[in-house]
Design a protein around this ligand. Sequence first.
Ligand SMILES: Nc1nc2c(ncn2[C@@H]2O[C@H](COP(=O)(O)OP(=O)(O)O)[C@@H](O)[C@H]2O)c(=O)[nH]1
Ligand SMILES: [Mg+2]
Ligand SMILES: [Zn+2]
Length: 291
Amino acid sequence: MTEGLVVKSHSDFRYVETAAGILTCRLRGRLRLQGQNVLCGDKVLVRVQDQGQGAIEQVLPRRNVLERPPVANVDQAVVVFTLAEPPLNMPLLERTLVAIEREGLDVVLCLNKLNLVSPEQVATCRQHFAGTGYQFLTTSALRGDGLLELRASLQGRLSVLAGPSGSGKSSLLNALEGHGLATGSVSARLKRGRHTTRHVELFPIRPTGRVADTPGFSRLDLSGLPPGELDTCFPEFIPYLGLCRFTGCRHNSEPDCAVKQAVADGKLVAERYTRYLELLAELEEQEKKRW
Ligand SMILES: Nc1nc2c(ncn2[C@@H]2O[C@H](COP(=O)(O)OP(=O)(O)O)[C@@H](O)[C@H]2O)c(=O)[nH]1
Ligand SMILES: [Mg+2]
Ligand SMILES: [Zn+2]
């Protein structure tokens, strides 16, 4: 038996990278009966058979599982966004960040299409996220800026890409590795047909990085996230949590709130706090409906 990593999944087939090369494994028998799906990113034990074939005997314990794309053991999400073409939708971007925090993944911000914006615009955006501790990359897939830093950020980890359609996710992967992914306008892509999630693949980013080919976090409703846990999805709030007068403080109308005080003192970015309040109101509304 040998250990391997599932790097591609296509209907009933799983392609497992092992010391003996990539083995083609068909899902069958025991795993099927246990109702266990085998996902890209899974570490598995494989019985090696003839002619590059193998049989998956066991899926090793997972650290996490994403629903969409269906990938296991993801380390980080690289959020590719732009200030122009398309213009920045900050509420959507921050909703994406909360969804990623909720999954417990690391966040890398990647501001692409650097060739379309001024240094001042970039600096303002960087400042907005300065307190979060998120790595902030600036790239241009077209001009080649920042590709070394992006490659470095992907090493030794399994990443998913997130961010709006047209921000340049496929272009960046192509610029790094020439994967030949389809790029272009949304309408052009719809004509070519939708990407099917029955097929998922992990692309190698040399020397040791891997990226899921299917962008993640396309479903961004935060339903089921308890309103009281939203504050932990804003990493710059974390030093202040537990310092409020009331335990369970939602940092809204409560008196003696450490988060509100930090905003008033200019230690937290006011626009981030405002977004927190918007999302809190939405989650509290959903919570009410459930009762
Ligand atoms: N001006 C400019 N255009 C870019 C850059 N990167 C990608 N694009 C273009 O943006 C469009 C959408 O890119 P694509 O990679 O398909 O975006 P995706 O939907 O996020 O995968 C394409 O026409 C790309 O050529 C860049 O750095 N600068
Ligand atoms: Mg794409
Ligand atoms: Zn508070």
